[in-house]
Design a protein. Structure first.
Length: 97
């Protein structure tokens, strides 16, 4: 499956952030082409020294205990919406900001 790094309008890798209690977590956005569809994925920034609990959010999806699952769902939900907006994609049937 070919992966490519998603880049922002400025040409730099697209990075989004999500606030968690006590810290802000950053994720780089990747795109996989699956047939005619595009699959967007968030992964921790490899250039950063990322604490292990933060890396675990994007290492294995749907794995770990209940707390880790909630962290992952926060990243997928809030981070997913931030990714779409950063890419200029406005999902339909969503309230305007």
């Amino acid at each position: 499956m070919p992966l490519s790094l998603v880049r922002g309008k400025d040409g730099h890798p697209l990075v989004i952030s999500v606030e968690y209690p006590g810290r802000e977590v950053f994720a780089q956005i990747w795109c996989a082409s699956v047939g005619r569809a595009k699959l967007l994925m968030a992964g921790h920034k490899p250039a950063e020294i990322t604490p292990r609990p933060t890396r675990m959010i994007s290492t294995t999806v749907y794995g770990g205990d209940t707390e880790m699952r909630i962290r992952q769902e926060i990243m997928m939900g809030i981070g997913g919406m931030r990714t779409l907006y950063a890419m200029g994609i406005k999902p339909t049937n969503m309230p305007s900001e």
